[in-house]
Every structure is written in structure tokens, then in C-alpha cells.
Design a protein around this ligand. Structure first.
Ligand code: ZN
Length: 463
């Protein structure tokens, strides 16, 4: 009889507190031991001496578009790509499924599709739209991770924007069942007015689109959401904040005692509006990519730990929806779930900005690595109230691990993307460090380009 199912020996282990060389013993899906020199035997021994071991990524923001629009991505390809990037759990947004996840029946449809097809664990967002306020409590009982509302047009006809009254009532009901509300914060009035002005003058280029969604449109919506959530006592999470001033509004509100958090995405940290101008539709998103100056200012907020989580906002579409001479009509969404962790660790911009103290790894210092683990795993588990077995490398936690080789330097190639549609603005970018193996509850789900055939993913509900 072995003492453990698996032992990882000699790896550099990243925890929220720091980085150290530690052996990991896994038994019955859990981390059973963490010791410098672990004695005992295992059926499976992994030599991790040249590897960094992160807690598996929980990507709290993806659009896998199933059921109903699996031709855009789908849970099978989406979760495969997540695992190839060190991911063990995703939170799927409610809007792009058809039907959208706005009632119990649609929740059940998506949950059963994910049970059948997901390689990784998953949680589901519920929608907050004008016609589903009566469903909030029932969706909470189903186990939604939180409620998502759009303060501007969502781009999906059957997921309408939450007007002021809807958002307020929805926040009140969400608070009564102890769920947070996440907002896409852009001002409808500002973006509609500016887009309208451009379009009526026939100005439909990428540059015109960028100009129609200024930072101020985001700031106005963030201010409104903070005020409203504070009024009704609702926990608020502002997704995909693209700029430093937006984060500062949230930091100020927190100082005043507000229960508010925020997310940013790798594309706001490694890309700029110049990439939208150069690459076109593949680098279109909302809020849009910002100037290099804005990007650097956002980095300062990340490093100062004012950003709570980083999610990919993976939002693909069929290629034909990316082809329109009118840039306003092109589908807005960036495909990035496969590179969330690799970008944060190994994009040149990340290496520059996380480079806070003496380097003890080839690329990044321990402080930066630990912060990345918090942003992509620990903080997600904490903020969304996941079971205490999730989001950390600790004895008793689920053995959810991403094994990373810092020595590999490579270019992202379209043929390596596991997405249904092999498009991403990161194609051609050079990254340092590669995910070589991903372990979900003790089981290897990805190893060196090989994807596990089984679909072990489980629904994760907040406590
Ligand atoms: Zn999104």
C-alpha cells in the first residue's frame, strides 16, 4: 500500500503567502501533505524539481456560449483550452447561452451540458435582466455564483440591459440571498450618444469605435453602481475594469467601507489600443483596449493589490462575426482563456511590472508569483465564497494544481489554440514559461498537449 496516490517532489510551490520548495502528497483528491522532504511512497511520483506549482486557475469570467451557441465556442473546447492554460474551474457568464441563464430551467440546461462536457470544474453566473427579477431567489437556490447585469447594451438581444430601476431592485434581491452582483460598467447614454454621432457621419473605423467608448463612460457607470449597491447593501463586483481611475473609484469606496471588488483582464495589461488598430476585429472588446499610458497606470493598481481578481473574459465568436467593414458591427470579444496564467507570468509587460524585488526565479520574483496566484485563484475563491477546499495549495484543499516550466520560451501559434475558432490577439506573441501539466482533484487533466478524454468537471456552488 502506498502512502499517497501521487507525490510531486522538489517543486517550487506558490501559495498566497509566498514561494518555497516543497513536496506535495496527494491522497483521495486532496492535498494530504506539504513538507520539505516528504517521506513515504506513492503510486505516481512526479519529479517537479524544475517546475513551479501554482494553485489551478479559477477563471471567473468566460463566455462558452452553451447551450444554444456552441458553434461560438462550447464547453468542451472551452474547458480544454482552460486546462491547457493551467485552469481547473471556470465561471460561465449567463448571456451568450440560448436560452440565457435567467431562470431555473435555463440553469439546469447549462449545468447538465457542463456536467456532460466539461473537463474542469465550473460555476454558473445567473443573469439580472428586466424580466427575471422574480427568479433571483430561485437561481440563488440553484447555486449561481452571483448575478451579472449589463449597464450598457450587451450585444445579445435576449439579454437586455439592466436599467436603473432593474439594477436597484435586482441588487436588493441579490443581497437578500447573500449573492454579489457583477456589472459590466459602461454608461449607456455616453456610449450610445458617441456611437450615434460617429455612425450618422459614416465614421465606422476601429479608431471611431475606440473613441466612442472613453474611460469616462466607464467611470460614470462604476460610480453609479457603487452608489446603488451601497444604498441597498449589495455586494458589488465590477468586471473587466480597463483603467486605473476605475480601480481607484473602487479602492476609495472600499476605504469608505463599501463591499466592492473588481476584476481586470490580461488584455488590458498586455495589449493597447494600438493592437486594436493593428490587428482589427480579433482585438475588439468592450470596454476597449486603452492607451499605453493607461495600461501602465492600470499595472500600478494591480501591483498595489487594488485589483481583486483577473479573469480572461474569453468571449469568442464565429469568424464571420468578426468580418464587417463597419467596426461597430463586429462582434466584440477577445479569445484568451488558454493564456490567462501564461500571459501574467510570461508576457514581457508582466515580467516588467511584477519585477518588484530580487529575482529568485528565471522570470519573476516570488512576490509577483504569489500575487498572480492570489489574483487567479485564492482571491476568486475568497470573494465568491467557494468551499474552503478551493483556490489554495494547503493541506486539506482539493489537489488542483498547475505545473509551470519557466525555462520554455515560445511563440503562441494559431494551431496550438484549443478553441473552436483558432483566433486570438495573442498569436505571434512570445511568452516565457509554459503550463506542462494541470491536475484537477488529483487527476491529470492536461499534460504536454494531451487532454484527458473523460469529463470529470463538477458544479461548484458558493457556500
Ligand atoms: Zn464578459
Amino acid at each position: 500500500m502506498s502512502d499517497f496516490d501521487t507525490i510531486l517532489r522538489g517543486g517550487t510551490v506558490i501559495t498566497p503567502e509566498g514561494v518555497s520548495r516543497t513536496d506535495i502528497g496527494i491522497a483521495e483528491e486532496k492535498i494530504a501533505a506539504l513538507e520539505k522532504e516528504l517521506s513515504g511512497s506513492a503510486g505516481n511520483e512526479i519529479d517537479a524539481r524544475n517546475l513551479h506549482i501554482f494553485p489551478g486557475v479559477t477563471d471567473s469570467h468566460v463566455h462558452f456560449n452553451e447551450p444554444g451557441r456552441a458553434d461560438w465556442e462550447g464547453i468542451e473546447t472551452g474547458s480544454n483550452a482552460l486546462a491547457a492554460g493551467g485552469g481547473v474551474c471556470f465561471f460561465d457568464m449567463p448571456l451568450n447561452a440560448h436560452p440565457p441563464t435567467c431562470d431555473v430551467a435555463s440553469f439546469d440546461l447549462k449545468a447538465s451540458a457542463a456536467h456532460a462536457k466539461s473537463l474542469t470544474d465550473f460555476a454558473l453566473w445567473g443573469g439580472l435582466v428586466p424580466h427575471n427579477l422574480e427568479q433571483i431567489e430561485r437561481l440563488a437556490e440553484c447555486g449561481v455564483i452571483g448575478f451579472k447585469a449589463f449597464m450598457a447594451d450587451s450585444g445579445i438581444d435576449d439579454f437586455p440591459r439592466a436599467d436603473h430601476a432593474t439594477l436597484r431592485k435586482g441588487m436588493k434581491r441579490a443581497a437578500s440571498v447573500n449573492r454579489l452582483v457583477a456589472v459590466h460598467a459602461e454608461s449607456e447614454s455616453i456610449t450610445q450618444r458617441l456611437a450615434g454621432e460617429k455612425m450618422t457621419r459614416g465614421m465606422t473605423s476601429a479608431r471611431d469605435y475606440l473613441a466612442s467608448r472613453p474611460v469616462e463612460a466607464e467611470l460614470e457607470a462604476i460610480r453609479n453602481a457603487i452608489d446603488m449597491a451601497g444604498d441597498v447593501g449589495c455586494k458589488l463586483h465590477v468586471v473587466h475594469v480597463s483603467n486605473a481611475e476605475g480601480v481607484a473609484l473602487i479602492t476609495d469606496a472600499k476605504k469608505r467601507g463599501a463591499d466592492v471588488s473588481c476584476e481586470t483582464c490580461p488584455h488590458y495589461l498586455v495589449l493597447t489600443e494600438n493592437d486594436t488598430l493593428k490587428l482589427g476585429a480579433v482585438a475588439k472588446c468592450a470596454p476597449p483596449l486603452r492607451s499605453p499610458r493607461e495600461r501602465d497606470a492600470l499595472w500600478e493598481r494591480v501591483v498595489a493589490e487594488e485589483v481583486t481578481t483577473i479573469g480572461s473574459d474569453h468571449s469568442p465568436s464565429p469568424p464571420e462575426m468578426k468580418q464587417n467593414t463597419n467596426f461597430f458591427k463586429v462582434w466584440g470579444g477577445i479569445s484568451g482563456v488558454q493564456h490567462l496564467l501564461p500571459l501574467l507570468i510570461g508576457a514581457p509587460e508582466s515580467i516588467d511590472h511584477f519585477n518588484g524585488d530580487a529575482g529568485e526565479t528565471p522570470a519573476l520574483p516570488g512576490k509577483g508569483l504569489s500575487l498572480i496566484a492570489r489574483l487567479t485563484s485564492f482571491n476568486v475563491a475568497e470573494r465568491f465564497g467557494l468551499p474552503k477546499t478551493k483556490g489554495r495549495i494547503a493541506v486539506g484543499a482539493d489537489a488542483d494544481l498547475a505545473l509551470f516550466d519557466f525555462c520554455e520560451k515560445y511563440s503562441v501559434r494559431a494551431e496550438d489554440l484549443l478553441y473552436r475558432h483558432k483566433q486570438s490577439p495573442y498569436v505571434g506573441r512570445t511568452l516565457t514559461g509554459r503550463v506542462v501539466q494541470t491536475i484537477l482533484r488529483g487527476q491529470t487533466i492536461f499534460k504536454r498537449d494531451r487532454i484527458l478524454n473523460q469529463r470529470p468537471g463538477r458544479l461548484i456552488k458558493p457556500l
